[in-house]
Design a protein around this ligand. Sequence first.
Ligand SMILES: Nc1nc2c(ncn2[C@@H]2O[C@H](COP(=O)(O)OP(=O)(O)OP(=O)(O)O)[C@@H](O)[C@H]2O)c(=O)[nH]1
Ligand SMILES: [Mg+2]
Ligand SMILES: [Zn+2]
Length: 335
Amino acid sequence: MSKRRLSKHQLARISENQRKELGLEQAHSGSSETPLEKCNGRIISHYGQHVDIESLAEEDEGAVLRCTQRSNLPKLVAGDLVVWTDDGAQSGVVVALGKRRNSFGRPTIDGQYKAIAANIDAVLVVFASSPTPHVSLIDRYLVAIEQQGLDAVLVLNKIDLLGPDEAAVLDNILSKYKDIGYPVHKVSAEDGRGISTLEQSLSNKTAILVGQSGVGKSSLLNKLNKGSLADVGALSETWDRGTHTTTTSSVYHMSGFDLIDSPGIREFGLGHINPQQVFEGFKEFRPFTGACKFRDCSHRQEPGCAIQAAVEAGQISIERLQSYFRILDSLEELG
Ligand SMILES: Nc1nc2c(ncn2[C@@H]2O[C@H](COP(=O)(O)OP(=O)(O)OP(=O)(O)O)[C@@H](O)[C@H]2O)c(=O)[nH]1
Ligand SMILES: [Mg+2]
Ligand SMILES: [Zn+2]
């Protein structure tokens, strides 16, 4: 990425966000990790052996520099606040990582949690009519998002492509999530519908776009920016899928908020999550915690099951309960 200068307005906002982060962090600090007030940079993206950081140092605030990182540090991710030192040649070394307020991530192949981005306020789960959306993928995302204590927002993109039948099916899906309490947005990165409402909801936040390859995450970012920033790729001609155009997560400054674009995925594994966390990840189940007759109720066929009763009473949708079972079954297969 080439070095770019940010506008005065953007610089002012970064400092403001930075101060906000410091305030938050000091309120519940007490850890031995690097205090955030010492941080002078923010990771914009991670490429192979390098990271691009945005300087938060007074002298060159907003400048973007390519850095290496000390080998004792964990893998740095977009949104991390760090301490870097200048090596005098328009580049630098990251020497410390500030305490992460939170992170969003997914498991590695051996089931270890791996962060994708840090210090975020909302996760935008993007889906579209094409590639075909899978409700169980949405639910997997929601479990992972809930487990990290982050706010989830559902974004249906490409509404310009919907015929009436398809629109009705998707509306039905969306209304279920709305009932649970998740904000939902229907947008088109093509014709701009829904974009300004989405934009308003992101004010002063740092949000990350996640979802399958090809659903239009980068296109949405460009539309929200009113100009082209991120590369967009066509869908595969043979398969109903994207072509993995975005290859690394990157922070972009928009007007009044920050957006992190992330690479699309095919599957979202939950190898880092245990069955109890899956239950908690279905947030409409939580009021019924401990209410079943049997303490180890599987909620499948036991008598006196509060979850089954809630389904009967229309408080939990049968689709979500089935999705919960599917996720549990997939965890068992793993292991
Ligand atoms: N009709 C229509 N096409 C869209 C819309 N948004 C994106 N597309 C198209 O969908 C394709 C994929 O868009 P991208 O923005 O690259 O998708 P992505 O989610 O960033 O994909 P990855 O980077 O591979 O994860 C491109 O051909 C876009 O032009 C939309 O709202 N309507
Ligand atoms: Mg992309
Ligand atoms: Zn039960």
